[in-house]
Design a protein around this ligand. Structure first.
Ligand code: GCW
Length: 684
């Protein structure tokens, strides 16, 4: 939402920035390198730069303030421009051009100028020559949004960086300075929305008391161009409103929602809308009343529509049927194509199961041409080593986009990896995933390499002796995780509950079969992998014919998805000429060797990195190496009981025995302690 201009203020030279901002800047600049400054490690400038701006508004004050404090170059002029060029760039787009030595930031809106200001500072921090600039930027998505899975009690579901940033018990009277830092960090990478609470939503989030707290946050985020959204519990009319039903077709229910929405907008006029997890993993939803997802979503959307709000309705559903879990979201949602109102966006996880280290894309993308869809990525590393493992996720998200044009989608959401840890994300390198999510939500065409380089340059140093080797580490890191956790299309062989370590043997009496690893790996004496071809669950048929043919044939299926789509004999000859068993051993070993290599590169980086962050990252990398051994031993020793084949040459002897590993038990949630401590012998 654009703040209105004040035409009376003429050619205001914003040279003196609010004292408060200076104090804030001085405070953050003097902090130790504890990761708290993220990629925003600008030095305060001593001379006051000339920032010219002919108008004032809260958003533009932030933009001009950032430049006044940190821009080291010459004169910068911020201009609202309503010409055809800027119209074509939309509200958030902007230009940065140089005229007679003056850098001109132009946009249709103040928000565009804010993004332009951060762009300029990014160029400066990356050491790029800014003397002749001619830049036009326009985001691919209007909605670039973080999903926090934060609970009212301060815990975070699948959060590995401390407790929630939102101090609900202190709000609205006590305002943590981190709220501004959070907004600033997001704005600097183009993120413009935040869902504050867990999709497993407490009805209380909509209580009047809580809405006052939400309003306090929305007021802080607004000058940074960030709109607030809430996850809502579909049964709120019962639990909060005392109604006997939450049936979306019941007029009292619809009216309860309309009144609630009116209350929300009276407090937060630019409120973004609702995110809903319905009829999934025990959450209530319209299907409880025999209604469809579309009927549920549309009822909420109608209530939000008069205010410009939207509904993001999640397609993460898998009812306890016998059908392959990978097929279920498609089966439930595809028949609803075209039935959602125009302010509903169906939010689909990138893959058909659940944020695994590698999944093929969800076949729902492309299957609902008459419905607005958005992708949900997971920035928090639920299935990629939590905040202990270095896993740069841009290559994974780019892989998703490689299957179709990003512009088919309406928006991108990222499940946040942010908590109240000093460095925000636990692992210093996990900050790069927050950063990369924002950059890719703005422009999915950016390369993983470029994003890694600019993040490294801003977060550590522009010295090529650092940037180049660490870029290489980052780029290879996700593939390394796939290799040492679940290569060749294996998936969901995690331990029960915490999703951190391996437990391919896990059996829990009475548990849903599709919550257990054996459902996914299907290991037996003949081979390994889930047959999703015609002879099996036929999940391949949900993909477009051309792709279904590729995935469905053992010969043409890319090896990275082999065991996702096929049950493959142990002695099957792989492209390398090795048997499946040997290839599996080779991949686990390769993953381990990679992380050992990353550890040694990092050791060499000590001259370029402050001691504090160097030690912190080293510590987590030691854990990662030890975990990679754990994964390799657990999976290979277990699968060997089926293949009954020997380890090929070049594979390290197992350090742990299967018997020992089966005894390892980790705390279920928020697992952040070094795995080495829990493993027999404390392996390094
Ligand atoms: O990834 C799984 C997680 C759940 C999560 C769920 C979802 C918020 O294990 O913790 O719940 O997906 O996305 O709804």
């Amino acid at each position: 939402m654009s703040a209105s201009l004040e035409p009376g203020i003429e050619k205001l030279m914003i040279k003196r920035i609010l004292l408060g901002l200076f104090i804030y800047v001085a405070a953050i600049s003097s902090k130790a390198e504890d990761g708290s400054r993220l990629w925003l490690r600008y030095d305060t400038v001593n001379t006051v730069p000339q920032i010219e701006c002919g108008f004032d508004s809260p958003v533009v004050r932030v933009a001009a303030g950032e430049l006044s404090s940190f821009w080291k170059g010459g004169k910068v002029s911020l201009q609202l421009m309503a010409d055809s060029k800027h119209y074509s760039l939309g509200n958030d787009g902007y230009t940065i051009t140089t005229h007679n030595g003056v850098i001109c930031l132009g946009s249709l809106s103040e928000k565009g100028l804010l993004y332009a200001a951060y762009h300029l500072l990014r160029l400066q921090e990356c050491g790029i020559d800014c003397s002749r600039l001619d830049i036009s930027e326009k985001p691919v998505y209007d909605i670039r949004i973080l999903n926090h899975w934060d609970n009212p009690d301060g815990t975070i579901e699948r959060g590995y960086a401390g407790r929630s940033l939102w101090k609900w018990d202190e709000l609205p009277s006590v305002i943590s300075p981190r709220y501004v830092s959070y907004a600033r960090a997001n704005a600097s990478i183009g993120i413009n929305g935040t869902v504050l609470n867990n999709v497993n939503a407490s009805p209380e989030v909509l209580s009047t008391d809580n809405l006052e707290k939400v309003k306090a946050l929305a007021d802080i985020f607004r000058p940074y161009g960030i709109r607030v959204y809430l996850s809502v519990n579909f049964a709120s009319p019962i639990k909060l409103g005392g109604l006997p039903t939450a049936d979306p077709l019941d007029e009292n229910v619809a009216s309860w929602w309309r009144n609630k929405v009116r209350e929300v907008y009276s407090l937060i006029p630019d409120f973004g809308g609702f995110l809903v997890k319905a009829n999934s993993e025990g959450q209530p939803g319209p299907c409880d009343y025999g209604r469809t997802h579309a009927e549920g979503a549309n009822m909420l959307a109608s209530a939000l529509k008069p205010y410009g709000g939207i509904v993001m309705w999640r397609a993460f559903v898998y009812s306890p049927t016998d059908d392959d879990r990978a097929k279920q979201a498609y089966l439930e949602f595809k028949p609803l194509d075209g039935k959602f109102l125009d302010n509903v966006i169906v939010q689909v996880k990138n893959g058909p199961i659940d944020f695994q280290p590698r999944e093929p894309y969800s076949p729902l993308f492309g299957a609902m041409p008459h419905t607005q869809l958005m992708v949900e990525f997971q920035v928090t590393q639920e299935y990629l080593g939590h905040s202990n493992h270095l896993a740069y996720l841009a290559p994974m998200w780019k892989e998703f986009y490689s299957y179709f044009s990003p512009s088919c989608l309406r928006a991108a959401a990222g499940v946040a990896n942010i908590g109240d840890d000093t460095n925000w994300c636990g692992h210093d390198f996990a900050q790069s995933n927050w950063y990369a999510f924002g950059r890719l939500a703005w422009n999915p065409e950016l390369s993983s390499e470029d994003i890694a380089r600019e993040w490294l340059a801003q977060t550590f140093t522009t010295d090529e002796k650092f940037v180049s080797p660490m870029e290489d580490v980052m780029i290879k890191s996700r593939e390394a995780v796939v290799d040492y956790m679940m290569p060749l299309g294996l998936h969901h062989i995690f331990a029960w509950g915490h999703h951190y370590g391996p437990e391919p043997w896990c059996e829990i009496p009475g548990a849903r079969p599709d919550w257990l690893p054996a459902y996914y790996h299907q290991a037996d004496r003949t081979g390994l992998g889930f047959d999703r071809t015609e002879t099996g669950s036929n999940a391949v048929s949900q993909y477009p014919d051309s792709l279904a043919a590729v995935f469905g044939s053992l010969e043409s299926c890319p090896e990275e998805f082999l065991l996702w789509f096929h049950h493959v004999p142990w002695k099957y000859e792989m492209k390398s000429g090795r048997t499946l068993w040997d290839e599996l051993c080779f991949r686990y070993q390769r993953g381990l060797d990679s992380v050992r290599g990353f550890r040694s590169v990092w050791e060499d980086m000590s001259p370029y990195v402050d001691a504090e962050r160097h030690a912190a990252v080293s510590h987590r990398m030691d854990i990662q190496v030890s975990d990679a051994i754990w994964w390799k031993d657990a999976c290979l020793e277990y699968f060997r009981t089926f293949s009954r084949m020997k380890y090929p040459k070049g594979i390290d002897k197992p350090v742990h025995s299967l018997k020992e590993l089966k005894k390892v038990r980790l705390p279920i949630d928020n697992y952040t302690c070094p795995a080495a401590d829990m493993l027999p012998g404390g392996v390094k």
